[in-house]
Design a protein around this ligand. Structure first.
Ligand code: ZN
Length: 294
């Protein structure tokens, strides 16, 4: 799923912060998958020279593995969508219901496998490592399919379906149990007519730290929550150091580049804005009279 925090502009501002390095001898490019056939040969040339590659991946990569997102048309669990249940308010109101939703999503992942896109990225990372080069994946996906494919340098900015966090002591722990607790066995059916299990809070997943037993929650970033500043710092570092950045979006959305200079990649973007971001971004993102006209 992609609790969603990462809208394109957030990604772009990251890309931008990676691009604003004064090291002008480097060429930073962000080819998209939108028009690969005409540019693949050029891309391969950049790729061959790149020492530090960042791959930013989103829901498109997971979609090819059949991972449901519970968003958009037809994206329902019972009568809800992710944005209804993936919130701190929903968890406070009905932790049993939210755990049923996440239990279902964890169980669904037992039958999902990485697709050739995940595998190519992981194989590439291993190959480059042998050459003293580096590849890092920054993903908003919480399904761990990159990890399952073998990716080692991985920043999961939205957390993971397979990690829990204690609401009492804050400890984050990996958790691959199926079911995650006995009370959730057989629960979480996605059909609209399925009954809410109404599991008492003491029977929901509980912390295993000595003497704690606090209520656990999924270690994922919910709507309205902030990304982990420590992970954002790592993202910033990788974007600052990288000399090639791939945005893997299967949604066909336009990608805009904000850069101090043109690069050989510039004409592959749908939009290019040249100049200091302090000038270009405020102009690009200012309210406009045609907004929200539908
Ligand atoms: Zn605890």
């Amino acid at each position: 799923m992609q609790p969603l925090q990462i809208v394109p502009c957030r990604l772009l501002s990251w890309l931008h912060s990676g691009l604003k390095s004064p090291v002008s001898t480097r060429t930073r490019i962000c080819p998209t998958m939108a028009r690969p056939s005409s540019s693949m040969a050029d891309f391969r040339k950049f790729f061959a020279k790149a020492k530090h590659i960042v791959v930013i991946s989103g829901a498109g990569v997971s979609a090819e593995s059949g991972v449901p997102t519970f968003r958009g048309a037809g994206g329902y669990w019972r009568t809800w969508q992710a944005q209804d249940l993936a919130t701190p308010q929903a968890f406070a109101r009905n932790p049993s219901l939210v755990w049923e939703f996440y239990h279902y999503r964890r169980e669904v992942m037992l039958s999902k496998e990485p697709n050739p896109g995940h595998l190519a990225i992981a194989e590439c990372e291993a190959r480059l490592r042998g050459q003293g080069r580096r590849l890092v994946v920054i993903t908003q996906n919480i399904d761990e399919l990159h990890r399952k494919a073998g990716t080692k340098n991985l920043l999961e900015i939205h957390g993971s379906l397979f990690k829990t966090r204690c609401t009492s002591c804050g400890v984050v722990a990996e958790n691959y149990k199926s079911p995650i607790c006995p009370a959730l066995l057989g629960k979480g059916a996605p059909e609209p007519e399925a009954q809410d299990a109404r599991i008492p809070v003491e029977k929901l997943p509980r912390c295993e730290e000595a003497g704690c037993e606090g209520l656990l929650r999924p270690h994922v970033v919910w709507f309205g929550e902030n990304l982990d500043p420590a992970i954002l710092e790592e993202v910033d570092r990788e974007l600052t150091l990288c000399d090639l950045c791939l945005v893997v979006s299967a949604r066909g959305v336009p990608v805009a580049e904000f850069n101090m200079e043109t690069t050989p990649a510039t004409n592959r973007f749908r939009f290019h804005f040249q100049g200091p971001c302090g000038t270009t971004l405020p102009e690009a993102l200012a309210p406009h009279e045609t907004e929200n006209v539908s």
